[in-house]
Write a protein that binds this ligand. Structure first.
Ligand code: GDP
Ligand code: MG
Length: 638
């Protein structure tokens, strides 16, 4: 089923409302909300039935634009989501100021498809009607439109209405398939309450379908609301699709918290920003637009003040195009590619319009070549090509799925699917980088680690790679570890050096043997550990001997001093003490010292150790045999 929203534009009193009535039978000049007939019927909207034509199942929504200058804001807000225009031009009057302004605005909104209806032909000669038609064709073509041949009508005499209807149907049938995979976005143009149902908002949906039961995020409030019911064309439906006039009955919110200018979007997809980067074109009748100028911005159904920052020039002259930033009075949340209209606050006049290129950004440097080049790319390319170009542009650091979604207005899940066939790595953390770029980065890491023989921590390594995210470095590190191109030593990363590692292991083993021999020779009066552990290697060797049980660490708790004994010395002490300990009332510490011919400096830590292994048991200030069996403590006699 195809659907097209067509904006009916033209000067006041040129017969727009009369033509919409003749085409649809619907009355759009209805300013009284009491005549509300269904929740999706907004002021000025009428549905054109064309489903009976051979063009297939198709609907057209006509939006009858208010023609007067003071309704210009309404028109721009209502025009969002429109796919084509129906220009109504009275045969007897020809082109008028508002005819031009409406065409200007439609062109700025990116519209290119148009149907011309020459109205009130009953008032003029066929030659006059033909002349008006030629003028209209010329005007639209020079504004960049590709109009279908003009249709001559008279609403009064019901002439040309069928031709106009079938011309509109042709336009609707010949539509490029709507891009899929976007971000759900519904700028709210009306909010009202229906007794028994609660709050309802209407707007033209973009990006992706919405369904009953979906949760959306309300902006700028940033709160979640749930869809209770969906209506399109006055009918309750499970799903509304992009481009459709949509009414949503919401829950979890009060009507007082909803108003025109707000917007609903897929949760978490939009980020409010003070700055927007845009591509704009000044209309031919605009005054010079100067850098720093204060402007009124119309975006979605919202309207706010912003300061213009021209990025590629100091003055944007009438008819010129350029890149600019808008410094908004308050943060705003919109998807990329949304159309924007810029007006003077006073006198109220449309001066320029364009599209958002970068919806989340900060103040950018002016006249920056690289930036302007990127803006040119974003401006020129369609979303899919833009995504690939952006990943390529960020070859050194990669980019994120979030950023790609912001720039393309495509949903992250859709982008992930798009990237599948390409040689691009998308990490679990949402980082996107070309595999070739990841490989290039991977070759740089070993070179950076080479001078650091003791290794380098990942954070120090990251500091040598400006612009690189920790996530990407993690990715590169795991790749290099998996290929054994680097190794991890504790928390440090280093180059694997098999020979050096081997030599170190050998050094450590011989050092350990030396230490063990020294301790063994000194028996129960070993040297101070400080004189043994004199280097990192000696520390490693000692740790290894302790782990193996070759040496034993004992503590003099009173003095908080450590002492290292060779295990044979301790076993020797146990053999000597066993018979003595069995004699009541046990041994004093001084008795132990005397029996082993050692001072308190050695007997105290030794006893502490013997208590710990339950060889001895302490009762008051004496020791008796503990509960551990000798056979468990002593190696069998050789
Ligand atoms: P809008 O302001 O563009 O919506 O114009 P309307 O549809 O309200 O029409 C403006 C005036 O033109 C009304 O008085 C209509 O009756 C009149 N009008 C509209 N269509 C025709 C037509 O085909 N022939 C004649 N003679 N008058 C028309
Ligand atoms: Mg009207």
């Amino acid at each position: 089923m195809t659907n097209l929203v067509i904006g009916v534009i033209g000067h006041v009193d040129h017969g727009k409302t009369a033509l919409v009535r003749a085409l649809t039978g619907e009355e759009t000049d209805n300013l009284a909300e009491e005549k509300e007939r269904g929740i999706s019927i907004a002021l000025g909207f009428a549905r054109l039935q064309t489903g009976d034509l051979q063009t297939g199942d198709q609907t057209i929504d006509l939006i009858d634009m208010p023609g007067h200058e003071r309704f210009i804001r309404t028109m721009i807000a209502g025009a969002t989501g429109i796919g084509a225009v129906l220009l109504v031009l009275a045969a007897n009057e020809g082109i008028k100021p508002q005819t031009i302004e409406h065409i200007d605005i439609a062109a700025l909104l990116g519209l290119r498809r148009a149907v011309i209806a020459i109205s009130k032909t009953d008032l003029v000669s066929p030659e006059q009607a033909q002349k008006t038609a030629s003028e209209a064709l010329h005007l639209l073509t020079s504004a960049g439109f590709a109009p279908l041949p003009p249709v001559f009508t008279s609403a009064l005499r019901e002439q040309g209405i069928d031709t106009l209807r079938s011309t509109l149907a042709t336009l609707a049938a010949d539509q490029a398939p709507r891009a899929t995979g976007g971000i759900e976005f519904l700028p709210i143009d009306r909010a009202f309450s229906i007794a028994g149902h609660g709050p309802v908002v209407t707007g033209t949906l973009r990006g992706a379908p919405v369904n009953t039961g979906d949760t959306l995020e309300l902006f700028p409030a940033r709160r979640m609301v749930k869809i209770r019911a969906v209506q399109t064309h006055g009918l309750r439906v499970p799903t509304a699709t992009p481009g459709q006039r949509t009414a949503l009955n919401l829950r979890d919110i009060d009507i007082a918290d909803l108003q025109r200018g707000m917007a609903l979007a897929a949760p978490g997809t939009l980020t409010p920003s003070d700055w927007l980067t845009v591509s704009i074109r000044a209309v031919a009748t605009a005054p010079n637009l100067k850098n720093g100028m204060q402007l009124r911005v119309l975006l979605g159904t919202d309207e706010f003040d912003a300061r213009l920052r021209l990025l590629d020039r100091d003055i944007l002259e009438p008819g010129q195009s350029g890149f600019a930033q808008l410094h908004c009075a308050a943060p705003v949340a919109f998807p990329a590619r949304e159309h924007v209209i810029l007006r003077l606050a006073s006198p109220a006049q449309t001066v320029a319009g364009g599209r958002i290129l970068e919806p989340v950004t900060r103040r950018q440097r002016r006249h920056s070549g690289p930036l302007l080049q990127r803006l040119e790319t974003w401006h020129r390319l369609e979303p899919e090509a833009l995504i690939l170009a952006e990943i390529e542009a960020q070859s050194a650091t990669g980019t994120t799925l979030t950023r790609l979604s912001q720039l393309s207005a495509l949903a992250p899940s859709h982008i992930a699917a798009l990237l599948k066939p390409h040689p691009i790595l998308l990490t679990r953390t949402g980082l996107a980088i070309r595999v070739a770029d990841l490989e290039t980065l991977a070759t740089r890491i070993p070179a950076l680690l080479a001078p650091h023989t003791e290794g380098l921590s990942p954070s120090k390594l990251l500091a040598t790679l400006p612009g690189l995210s920790p996530e990407l470095l993690d990715e590169v590190i795991s790749l290099l570890l998996a290929r054994s191109l680097i190794t991890r030593r504790g928390t440090q990363l280093a180059l694997p050096r098999p020979e050096a590692d081997q030599a170190r292991v050998q050094d450590e083993a011989s050092l350990a043997a030396q230490i063990a021999a020294q301790l063994r020779a000194s028996g129960l009066s070993p040297p101070d550990p400080k004189t043994i552990i004199t280097s990192l290697a000696a520390k490693r060797a000692t740790d290894r001997l302790l782990r193996e049980g070759t040496i034993i660490r004992a503590v003099d708790r009173a003095k908080d001093k450590e002492i290292l004994f060779h295990h044979e010395a301790v076993e020797h002490a146990m053999r000597l003490l066993t018979p003595l300990l069995e004699r009541p009332p046990g041994l004093l510490a001084t008795d132990v010292g005397a029996a082993l011919s050692i001072s308190r400096k050695y007997s105290m830590p030794l006893l502490d150790h013997l208590d710990a292994i339950r060889f001895t048991r302490r009762i008051a200030d004496r020791r008796i045999r503990g509960t551990a069996s000798l056979t468990a403590l002593l190696p069998p006699p050789r």
